[in-house]
Design a protein around this ligand. Sequence first.
Ligand code: ZN
Length: 878
Amino acid sequence: MRSDQGQPIRLSDYRVPDYLVDAVDLDIHLHETATRIRATLQLRPNPAGVAGAPLHLDGDGLVATAIALDGEPLPLGIAEPERLTLAEPPRRAFTLMVETLVDPSANSALMGLYRSGSAFCTQCEAEGFRRITYYLDRPDVLSVFTTRIEAERAVAPVLLGNGNPVAAGDVPGTDRHFAVWHDPHPKPSYLFAIVGGRLDVLRDATTTGAGRPVDLAVYVEPGKTAQAAYAMDALKRAMHWDERVFGRAYDLDVFNVVAVSDFNMGAMENKGLNIFNDKYVLASPELATDADYAGIETVIAHEYFHNWTGNRITCRDWFQLSLKEGLTVYRDQEFSADQRSRAVKRIADVRALRARQFAEDGGPLAHSVRPDAYSEINNFYTATIYEKGAEIIRMYRTLVGPEAFDRGMALYFDRYDGTAATVEDFLGCFAESSGRDLSQFFRWYVQAGTPRVTATTRYDAATRVLTLDLAQDTPPTPGQPVKRPVVVPLRFGLVRRDGTEQPVRTGAEAGLSATEHDHGVIELSTPSRRLRFEDVAPGTVPSLLRGFSAPVRLTTDATDADLVTLMTHDEDAFNRWDAAQTVLSRLVLAGLRGGPAEPAPLRAALSAVIETGARDPAFAAQVLTLPAVSELAHEIGRDVDPDALHAARERVRAGIGTMLAPAFRAVLAAGRNAGPYAPDAAGAGARAFRNAALSLLAAGDPENGAALALAQFDGADNMTDRLAALSVLGLVPGAAREAALARFYSDFADHALVVDKWFALQAAIPEADTPERVRRLMEHPAFSLAVPNRVYALIGGFGANPTQFNRPDGAGYDLVASVVILLDGKNPQVASRLLGAFRSWRLMEPGRRAKAEAALRRVSGQPALSPDVKDIAARSLG
Ligand code: ZN
């Protein structure tokens, strides 16, 4: 697809463009198989570029049907599918007109202009615009776009573009109509979008603080507007929050959201016209779970927040991707934290970070938040760019404090508005606002891998001195054998055995700087550091990394009793949860080694959590959910046997379920007469708590658990409880499970997003015949390789099944590899994301490792692989 034959693109090769585009006029005639695009570009030499350089416009599989320079036709021979060249462009401003013809119905990669159902839509990030017309398709070329769209009225009564609508009407004497959209804000081509089709719309309106009225609309497939209400509500909350918290107001007269069912990723922040995977828009209590609602709130906010962090200030080049993505994830995390329980949101985010980003950082696909080379940019929309990028933003705030952080953000918005910026530009704003030298902090952007921090304590009862030794190191990652120390902000406190907080008097006595003392944050920037706390009561436990103040793996010498102290008393809710996670994972790992894995020492602490569960059920649910097998596997680090690990984890769950069965039964009984469904934090928390109780009860007593689950499945009035019950049933083989699955399908066969859940749930069954089941389901009439959500549900779901993907006979690896090969020619992005299932293959014991490697080699040996899959396969093997 790309002309650069697998040659990596390097940050060090960055050059400013030789030409600039002042204005783009597009005239698009939509047609199912032959859409005609006439692009008129106002170009001029960039004074900062190379004078007289040839002009190369990017294309991807394009066919030009007409070209003219300042109105004079040019030979079509200057346009190849992948590039249009003007060898000697005028040395002054000039106008280039190019007409292209594309077939949206044949576009199975879902990049550029394609069809989703009967609608037309686009996806241009990162390099999809070049599949529509020839262009300087790079994020540092900003231009003002005017788009005229024309179509048969019956085919596409709705015609949407970026910016504001400026004209619309019929084409006289035809059955066609048109709409003209003008976006006054200069933008890069990756933010371009159009939509055309038969869509229903939910409308609303809001007014910015400065008094600008904004029309809001959510477009959905016909008949689904009722399911768009929550997205609209989230949008309005996000708009108000961004004004209140970041001082960022919306800047157009309209804001449109469109939900489509065929979409490679989550959603896209096109200026004024966000396009979404409908899974992040559509919800109703009967069809969507609490997690779906939370996902909608987050993604709606995320794409809206991009309007400032991404659109108004964009990226100079794709190496800076985290400049917009990390920052925007940070902003959506903060938004959701303000809408719900901050502590529970933080716990959920860290759980996801550990499961996805730590796994990436600890495997062959590790890369830095600001990579210095890539061969396929689509493979860099990763947990590292997004979630680790967000953790870096959070660390800025922890290090410089909230006031300097706010000043730094304001400076960034002020100084870089309307430009394409870099990570260095961003960092400079905080160096300036805080007066601090952040050059060492910059290593977080360029050094891959998860730093390890170890804490060792020594208590001298005679002098009442607690010595805390801290050390850091970062394991090598591909291409980066030697690492240097980073700045690790460790928010901390000292927790006495009686639960009170031990004050740290002046700080100086301990060796803390005044800033560290005032912020309550130890800054570990050297390989090791010693702190001495005086007049410390016996049994006092340091609570480190409060709120997960840095994306590191922390190992302490805390005993189980110390951890129970933290779990019970720490004023930091995150660390109460994390202490519980540590004890639970120690239990699993002890069981794995054949030692005792009795949860008895946790009885009191867990009982207390369950008791207070009435007050904070969402938190209790998080405590009662063990670390995932994949996370535990990374903790072990080598020669993992996922079957043994899964079994050890299930034994601990069963132990807890048996030990606390009466308490869990009481939780379930109390929940029976909970009121009508509401997707708010309180309702969701209560359901999560009850479903965690159900899951543990069933682990301890599968027969009784299955009966309880079946009753809940039958009686549920909402998808959250129904699906939770079905997941519990999913772990208990037998006719009841199969009957429930069949009923679920027949009840919800018309609801694609629910059918996805049905596929995913079966792909997750930890049983030996699951690969066979998945193969069978691929033949199911509802399965289609052309629908990304379906493929992610069944094949992606299977790739995340720790025991069955990693089967010792290699059948799991082969299954995913075969689908990757089958799909690659049609949709390389989806294929390459599926191949990511192999990211942790090197952790496995040698037998599995050999099978995984063979499967990866089979993929990489295929002729004519896409750059996407070729890159992931090569790096996975590298
Ligand atoms: Zn984003």
